[in-house]
Design a binder for this molecule. Structure first.
Ligand code: PLP
Length: 395
């Protein structure tokens, strides 16, 4: 058998590998605390689950329009008006099986050999993977610890070349927990006005999960670039719905047609009952979202304090999503080695910063979507592990 060359360019998400290894260790009787995988540890709120059950009982089990049922796309438009204060035509919304699919479609639509697509680093690993799969050249936008893991607008603008087709951005961010301040977005947008052929994909899947003084800023809210912004969002993180597989893109008008063609050629549609559940998520009571957000906020404060008490660790305050990304250079271990030894020797699953690109060396990612007790125990185990390692080095 001979596979297409592009298969060699397809990357992966280490979080799933760490999850598999953690499960194997657990099955062998080891106690593992999983701060690796990025998903809420809450159950999907009952009203959403009930809406899906009702939809199935009502016979909603056939194909739907490839871009999603109209009441769902209308609910998305209303939600964007509510939380982003932006008017969106429901026809520009394309509902897909998860947030990831919009980034895949955007990479396929814009990327080909000879073109460049920018993406944040350290960043969600699938950005680079799908850019390379599409045959485009990935151009990393470094995010800096000293800036709270924001980018510098000047640096982004300076990397634009005649080959640049698309810039992928993500705020609030995985893996850093960083939120790009409004002034940096203002500067970026002002500069982008001079590059009218460059499109922007704004991954705002953690938009409802911010803490502290930097509120979420949507790139859809900038009129001067509105006709070339692709908004990526979904239900996975906000409503604890990672396994339901549903997300959406808001596309410039002519691209919504193209995204729908890609959907017709791949997934046909998102399963019907999930679409009805997603309507209930957006239109129903939002108190469970706030409950989850404030629980994450409590845990965020705990993990920040505890990580900064671990010798060799230094953690800037994460202000969005549910990740903390301490600098671990002071431990004397590489990120990959620390990831592997913490899992095997201390029973704590975390993800090496290098899983998010070369700029992630010197960092590891913690998902604090776990109970406070688990977070405290994980930090205690890490401290004990580093103490033992220190003793072994002296001996
Ligand atoms: N974008 C970012 C930044 C993410 O962290 C994730 C999931 O971890 C996704 C998109 C994908 O979300 P989904 O599970 O809805 O495909």
């Amino acid at each position: 058998m001979q596979l297409a060359q592009r298969m060699e360019r397809l990357g992966t998400e280490t979080a799933f590998e760490v999850l598999a290894r953690a499960k194997a260790l657990e099955a062998a009787g080891k106690s593992i605390i999983n701060l690796g995988i990025g998903q809420p540890d809450f159950r999907t709120p009952d009203n959403i689950v009930e809406a899906a059950i009702k939809a199935l009982r009502d016979g909603q089990h056939g194909y739907t329009p490839a871009n999603g049922i109209l009441p769902l796309r209308e609910a998305v438009a209303a939600d964007i008006r509510r939380y982003r204060n932006v008017e969106v035509n429901p026809d520009d919304v394309v509902v897909v099986p998860g947030g990831k699919v919009t980034m895949f479609f955007a990479a396929l639509m814009f990327g080909e050999p000879g073109t460049e697509i920018m993406y944040p680093e350290p960043g969600f690993p699938i950005y680079r993977s799908v850019i390379e799969f599409a045959g485009a050249t990935p151009v990393a936008l470094p995010l800096y610890e000293k800036n709270g893991f924001s980018f510098s607008a000047e640096e982004v603008l300076a990397k634009i070349t005649p080959r640049t087709r698309l810039i992928m951005l993500n705020s609030p961010a995985n893996p850093t927990g960083g939120v790009v301040p409004k002034r940096e977005f203002d500067r970026l947008v002002a500069g982008l006005e001079k590059h009218p052929s460059v499109a922007i994909m704004s991954d705002e899947i953690y938009g409802r999960l911010t803490y502290g003084s930097n509120p979420h800023v949507s790139l859809l809210a900038y009129p001067s670039i509105r006709d070339r912004v692709v908004l990526l969002d979904g239900w996975s993180k906000t409503y604890a719905m990672t396994g339901w597989r549903i997300g959406y893109g808001v596309w410039p008008k002519e691209l919504a047609v193209q995204a729908t063609r890609l959907a017709v050629n791949s997934n046909s549609c998102v399963n019907a009952a999930t679409q009805w559940a997603a309507i209930e998520a957006l239109n129903g009571p939002q108190d469970s979202v706030e409950k989850m957000r404030s629980a994450f906020d409590e845990r965020r404060k705990v993990i920040l304090r505890k990580l900064n008490q671990i010798p060799g660790f230094r953690c800037v305050e994460p202000v969005g999503a549910f990740y903390a990304m301490p600098n671990i250079e002071g431990t004397g271990l590489s990120s990959r080695e620390l990831q592997s030894r913490l899992l095997e020797e201390a029973g704590v699953a975390v993800i090496s910063g290098t899983s998010f690109g070369d700029h992630g060396e010197g960092y590891i990612r913690f998902s604090y979507a776990a109970s406070t007790e688990e977070i405290l125990e994980a930090c205690r185990r890490i401290k004990a592990f580093l103490r033992e390692k220190g003793k072994a080095a002296v001996a």
